[in-house]
Design a protein around this ligand. Structure first.
Ligand code: NAP
Length: 250
């Protein structure tokens, strides 16, 4: 059977670790040439590229802070130089900072909104310029908090609510150009970011497992597999959707 993404080019933002790294590996395993974007972890991005190449795939690592327009422009120039076109954009780069209401500051707000929302929009704007006449697939990595916001996470939850609204708006706007836009909304996934945030082993972690019908938190692979579906023509009649990938937790 032929691979689902043979001949396609995919750009995955924030792919040096966690969910983005898994998505990059799964897309490459289905034949896509993948641009592995990172902000600071060159070593992590190089490791993802090396693993893809070792398994017979194609990938390059490109550094760019995707909350900054000038760096996004450079990222797309390098994507074009490497592979000449673009078919799939995965807007994965994102940060999560929890804080109670009294801890909300301008910096806390702007750090998250500048990357999770503004960066996602500016990256999408650029991708649309690069998609060909066959259109493309845009996958916005949102979260279950978009529909089930957590306490002490008003700003982060708001960024993901905004992501889902953008998905639905742009699906309508870009449909005539054959560009599909979907949200992939993970539940808690065991990533480097979740470890750094100190969630693993806490009451919050146990509470998430208890309220998850499938009885565990997710692994990055759980998301990579679903990204292949949304990137490929298997989901060719699917746009403007928000797909919860959370073991049934919401
Ligand atoms: P992670 O382990 O912290 O990894 C974050 C990735 O994003 C890294 O590759 C990082 O690159 C990159 N990144 C951060 N800031 C960036 C910037 N300004 N420009 C470009 N890349 C940047 O995160 P994760 O847990 O995999 O989360 C990935 C996405 O999934 C986020 O959008 C998050 O909101 C969403 N999500 C996560 C969970 C979860 O439980 N893990 C649940 C729902 C949704 P460097 O290492 O180079 O800085």
């Amino acid at each position: 059977m032929s691979k689902k993404l043979e001949g396609k080019v995919a750009l995955v933002t924030g792919a040096s670790k966690g969910i983005g790294a898994s998505i990059a590996k799964y897309l490459a395993a289905e034949g896509a040439s993948v641009v592995v974007n990172y902000a600071s972890s060159k070593e992590g991005a190089d490791k993802v590229v090396a693993e893809i190449v070792k398994n017979g795939g194609k990938a390059v690592a490109v550094k760019a802070n995707v909350s900054k327009k000038a760096e996004i422009d450079k990222l797309f120039l390098e994507t074009k130089a490497a592979y000449g076109k673009l078919d799939v954009l995965v807007n994965n780069a994102g940060i999560f900072e929890f804080a109670p209401l009294e801890g909300v500051t301008e910096d806390h707000f702007h750090r998250q909104f500048d990357l999770n929302v503004l960066g996602l929009l500016l990256t999408t704007q650029k991708a649309v310029e690069h998609f060909g006449s066959d259109g493309g697939s845009i996958i916005n990595i949102s979260s279950v908090v978009a529909i089930s916001p957590q306490p002490n996470a008003s700003v982060y939850s708001a960024t993901k609510g905004a992501v889902d609204a953008i998905t639905k708006s742009l699906a309508k706007e870009l449909g005539p150009k054959k560009i599909r836009v979907n949200s992939l909304n993970p539940g808690m996934i065991e990533t480097e970011g979740v470890h750094t945030a100190g969630f693993i082993g806490t009451d919050f972690h146990k509470q998430i497992i208890a309220q998850t019908p499938l009885g565990r938190i997710g692994q990055p692979e759980d998301i990579g597999k679903v990204a292949v579906f949304l990137a490929s023509s298997d989901s060719g009649w699917v746009t403007g959707e928000t797909l919860m990938v959370s073991g049934g937790n919401r």
